[in-house]
Unconditional design. Structure first.
Length: 240
């Protein structure tokens, strides 16, 4: 059974003066026992949830103004929580193409970007809705990475997780103009923590039982970790 509906609700301005306008929410469900929830307070928000399969869950919360979020879930038992309630002009795009993919994510600031694609099952970012991956600050980016002549950040691409990859729940971005580029394929764990401004962390993991940790404190740090194979361990710590 397919359900397609657009939700345009009367929502109060944060300042309480009249009603916000121009919010748009759309949910498209094809399957069984899927759940979708969109809450919008403010103006000019856009939120889209597409679910194909069974037992998928997705929730988007938006306040302030001009936040944009999209969730696409295919197959079964996937979960997404997007919290854009602490700023304006944020972008979040999440695609879950396998089963039992979990993403819990919060943007707390302005002009942040988060793009993630998960497939082949059992990938995870964030612990739960109360303990999500957080972008705290302005102009932070979580997106793709390319591997050609060394690793390079791809702000228009998706961070990628395949086959049971995990970004450790303690990972986060705090500050302004930080960048994380992520590619994980296999049963490996990455941890990335950024505190400060203008830091870049790039992680590429292919294989099983790899562990990588990047911790950046301060400003203008750059770290690149590539792991191809099994059972490798890497730790990079930068800053005061």
């Amino acid at each position: 059974m397919k359900k397609l509906f657009s939700i345009i609700a009367l929502l109060l301005f944060v300042a309480g003066m009249g009603f916000a306008q121009n919010n748009h929410a759309l949910v498209d469900q094809n399957g069984n026992t899927n759940e979708a929830k969109i809450d919008q307070i403010g103006s000019a928000h856009e939120a889209f949830i597409y679910q194909t399969g069974n037992d998928n869950e997705a929730e988007i919360k938006q306040t302030h103004d001009r936040n944009w979020a999209e969730v696409r879930q295919h197959n079964d038992d996937n979960k997404v929580f997007i919290d854009q309630v602490w700023g304006s002009d944020n972008i979040a795009q999440i695609k879950q193409m396998g089963s039992q993919e979990h993403t819990y994510f919060r943007q707390q600031g302005n002009d942040n970007i988060f793009r993630l694609r998960q497939q082949e099952g059992h990938n995870k970012v964030g612990l739960d809705a109360d303990n999500p991956f957080i972008q705290l600050g302005d102009h932070n980016k979580f997106a793709g990475v390319t591997n050609g002549d060394g690793l390079a950040f791809d702000q228009d691409g998706y961070a990628m997780q395949f086959n049971g990859a995990v970004l450790d729940p303690s990972s986060h971005q705090t500050g302004d103009y930080n960048q994380i580029g992520l590619y994980q394929d296999g049963l490996s764990i990455g941890t990335i923590k950024q505190h400060g401004d203008d830091n870049t962390a790039l992680l590429w993991q292919v294989g099983a039982d790899n562990t990588a940790t990047i911790i950046q404190n301060g400003d203008l740090n750059s770290a690149s970790v590539t792991q191809v194979g099994n059972g490798n361990t890497a730790i990079v710590t930068q800053g005061p």
